[in-house]
Design a protein around this ligand. Structure first.
Ligand SMILES: CC(C)(COP(=O)(O)OP(=O)(O)OC[C@H]1O[C@@H](n2cnc3c(N)ncnc32)[C@H](O)[C@@H]1OP(=O)(O)O)[C@@H](O)C(=O)NCCC(=O)NCCS
Length: 228
């Protein structure tokens, strides 16, 4: 059962939906509501024997994805998995999934909507100081130490980096950017991810909604225009 984000008490979802580009579709659900029996057998086989919570979150991701794909008029074939664990989307689709214990989000668009997309959801809880040096650059740590919402903003920065990784792979790039390879800038609901000083990774832009309960980061890039 899919429910509207706002009525379920997920105002962060409503804020993100309001700024999605035309043609994009975001679906959400609580993994507790995800019925594994609704998955095609080829999808269910991907989590055969996994822990119940993992199965619920996986099922929520696939059910949300299918609803979103239908919403933009795309085929709703089973979404299998590549060797690295990423969903295997149809060629004409760019999409991304993220889930936590009680919120799953899936965002979908065609290649006319965007050339790549990545989404991440995190609880709006402080990022422990013990992890800062691993996931934040020195530049980011300096800004966050001085800022008013230090450790929540640190969590949002982390979330943007997880979304960046998915966006980067969604664009077709290979390799694994490291947390120290990019700097995140947050201003209101906008986010920009730029290469850190000694890297030449691409810039990504998007939204990062920080609410009372959830942080949702969404990065995407302009569609590639066909040559005329
Ligand atoms: C892959 C990764 C980003 C997933 O993030 P997470 O916070 O652990 O989990 P989330 O719930 O947000 O996302 C899980 C979903 O990501 C997707 N995913 C998994 N591997 C992926 C990959 N290699 N590329 C794109 N998407 C991937 C899947 O849809 C998965 O859900 P599913 O298995 O139910 O289909 C994370 O585990 C990881 O490896 N991070 C290290 C790399 C990184 O983020 N570097 C920072 C770069 S600046």
């Amino acid at each position: 059962m899919l429910v509207a984000g706002v009525s379920r008490g997920w105002p962060e979802v409503g804020r993100l939906r309001a700024v999605l580009p035309p043609g994009a579709q975001l679906e959400v659900m609580d993994p507790a509501d995800a019925d594994r029996a609704l998955l095609p057998t080829t999808e269910a086989a991907l989590v055969e024997g996994d822990a119940p919570q993992r199965v619920r979150e996986f099922a929520a991701g696939r059910l949300c994805s299918r609803a979103a794909l239908a919403g933009i008029g795309q085929r709703t074939d089973p979404v299998l998995m590549d060797a690295g664990g990423a969903p295997a989307w149809p060629d004409e689709v760019r999409a991304s999934i993220s889930h936590k214990d009680s919120l799953c989000v899936a965002v979908v668009g065609s290649t006319r909507t965007w050339s790549g997309v990545g989404i991440d959801v995190e609880r709006a809880a402080p990022l422990p100081r013990s992890t800062w040096s691993r996931v934040l650059t020195a530049h980011e740590r300096g800004l966050l130490e001085a800022g008013p919402r230090g450790s929540i903003a640190a969590r949002a920065t982390f979330s943007a980096k997880e979304a960046y990784y998915k966006w980067y792979r969604s664009c077709g790039h290979s390799g694994t950017p490291d947390f120290n390879d990019v700097d995140v800038s947050l201003l209101d609901d906008t986010v920009v991810v730029t290469p850190a000083l000694d890297t030449d990774l691409p810039v990504a832009r998007g939204r990062c909604v920080v609410g009372d309960t959830w942080i949702i980061a969404l990065l995407y890039s302009e569609p590639i225009q066909p040559r005329s």
